[in-house]
Design a protein around this ligand. Structure first.
Ligand code: PEP
Length: 253
């Protein structure tokens, strides 16, 4: 089964509200004839402006705005944190969880990410869960056990119905921001491994519904060969999502 291609942008710590709005207005024009689903994750302060820009462009059925992270707590004395409910009220529809930069620079563990997945689901936000192995784990042949553990621990207590709404991004750490993307063959094999894992745990129907995105140095010149793979339903784009012309070319591949 081939799912409608989904192109997601992770803007990381880039773009003010004004820049986000201008980007979305142009993106809406440049992708007007595309049937693809577009997800954009701006920084927290730009979420509401981005949501308004999508509404003004009458693209709410096609472009979804989400967040790059959120707290694993519901509310309370956690200075600097942002809750799932706050995101929901600012118009976010999805949230990226477990990005490798969060794991690496902010010491996020699978247990912490699991609590965030639960909070997101409870609040009605779509979790976009990132998993991926390091270069050493890939080269030493341990990547399947690393990915299985991330899936097992981050998805603890998720049921098949919830699982079908989740998005999983396979983002090999060695491919993020490095220019060294996984070959379509490696990406496909790994996505197949992830879909098989989901099938074993949640059943065939669920594994067919779940969106599996590839992330790691996706550009306009490698998107087609990645998207031709049976188990790649979309991509999560970092660096190449910051320029509206480049990102539109990826959406319109
Ligand atoms: C990312 O950070 O999610 C990502 C995929 O980055 P890049 O496209 O720059 O490799």
């Amino acid at each position: 089964m081939k799912r409608i291609p989904l192109i997601a942008a992770n803007w990381k710590m880039h773009k003010t509200t004004a820049e986000a709005k201008a980007f979305i207005t142009l993106l809406a024009e440049k992708t007007a004839s595309s049937q693809r689903r577009i997800y954009i994750a701006p920084s927290f302060p730009a979420i509401e402006g981005a949501v308004n820009a999508v509404q003004d462009a009458e693209m709410t059925s096609k472009i979804l705005i989400g967040a790059q992270n959120m707290s694993d707590h519901a509310e309370g004395p956690f200075t600097g944190e942002v809750s799932a409910t706050m995101l929901k009220h600012s118009g976010a529809r999805f949230v990226i969880l477990g990005h490798s930069e969060r794991r690496q620079y902010f010491a996020e563990t699978n247990a912490c990410i699991q609590r965030k997945v639960q909070k997101a689901l409870y609040t009605g936000l779509i979790p976009l869960l990132c998993i991926g192995e390091s270069k050493h784990e890939r080269e030493s042949g341990h990547y399947e056990s690393v990915l299985s553990l991330q899936l097992e621990e981050c998805l603890k207590d998720v049921n098949a119905q919830q699982m079908a709404q989740l998005l999983i991004a396979y983002e090999p750490i060695w491919a993020i921001g490095t220019g060294e993307n996984a070959t379509p063959k490696i990406a496909q094999q790994t996505h197949r491994f992830i879909r098989d894992w989901i099938e074993k745990k949640f059943g065939h129907a669920c594994s067919e519904e779940v969106y599996l995105l590839y992330g790691g140095s996706v550009k306009s010149d490698n998107i087609s060969s990645l998207m031709q793979q049976t188990d790649i339903d979309g991509v999560l784009v970092g660096g190449a999502s910051l320029d509206v012309n480049t990102f539109s070319a990826i959406v319109n591949y």
